[in-house]
Ligand binder design. Structure first.
Ligand code: CA
Length: 255
């Protein structure tokens, strides 16, 4: 080997060592870079979740610190509905009902008196009714209900009680405008009957009935009666389930 060649080989090895070193450095930089990107991504994700948790409103599913998913809560237009009891009560119970529905009659006769006795009369809860008319021939009974409510909240509840107590067969077309006018005259004599007849005939409050139903649809109502306690759907419209729901929200309010 000549001296010149040996020198060239040395140079070549040095070049190779330098190249390897450079590559190592590049790899290290890439690794650091990736690490930084990952850290930033995690940070951004954490920030996003923290923020979305902070401003999630009551309409959306939220997760509490105990990790349990909370059921959906709906805010109903309470001040536009007939109210039984103290409207300022912290517990707000909503019934979606249909005046031709036999299960609603049963609810009103068997469950409502218990709720009234245990929670409404004491001022703890207020009870609201919203129309969810689906049974053929029930629209006029709902139109009459809304019309009477616009004449007076107390008159409305008299009608509500009386119409459920005198409910006809679900498959028969009993709730006609003529029947309703005569029925109201006998059972809620304070009502202005001429005004009522006009409101039924002209469907004056049809939009309110549609709006009630739309709210129900949005809140997941699938049948009647469906009960909500402070905007949260109660799985079954029985006394035990409603009582449990009321106790749950009152406990939450106290804590
Ligand atoms: Ca209504």
């Amino acid at each position: 080997m000549t001296q010149k060649k040996a020198g060239q080989n040395k140079k070549q090895r040095h070049k190779e060592r330098m190249a390897a070193k450079k590559k190592k450095q590049q790899i290290r930089m890439m690794m650091i870079g990736s690490f930084v990107v990952i850290i930033l991504a995690f940070g951004a994700a954490a920030l996003y979740y923290a923020n979305s948790g902070a401003d999630s409103d009551s309409d959306k599913l939220s997760e509490q610190s105990d990790g349990q998913a909370q059921p959906k809560k709906f805010d109903f237009p309470y001040n536009k509905q007939p109210v039984f009891g103290d409207k300022d009560a912290s517990v707000k119970i909503v019934e979606f009902g249909d005046y031709k529905c036999p299960a609603c009659q049963a609810f009103n006769q068997q469950v409502f008196p218990l709720i009234r006795n245990d929670f409404i009369d004491s001022g703890k809860a207020a009870f609201y009714f919203m129309n969810y008319s689906t049974i053929p021939g029930s629209l006029d009974a709902a139109l009459a209900a809304e019309a009477i409510f616009h004449q007076g909240n107390d008159m409305y509840w008299k009608y509500h009680e009386a119409i459920y107590d005198n409910q006809g067969d679900e498959s028969e077309d009993w709730a006609t405008p003529e029947f309703l006018a005569k029925f109201v005259k006998e059972n809620v004599p304070k009502v202005d009957i001429e005004q009522l007849k006009k409101n039924i005939e002209e469907q004056t409050y049809l939009e309110q009935i549609k709006s009630d139903k739309q709210k129900g649809v949005e809140a997941g109502v699938q049948g009647t009666p469906t009960i909500f306690v402070n905007g949260e759907k109660v799985a079954r419209a029985d006394y035990a389930s409603i009582k449990e729901a009321i106790q749950k929200v009152t406990k939450k309010n106290e804590s």
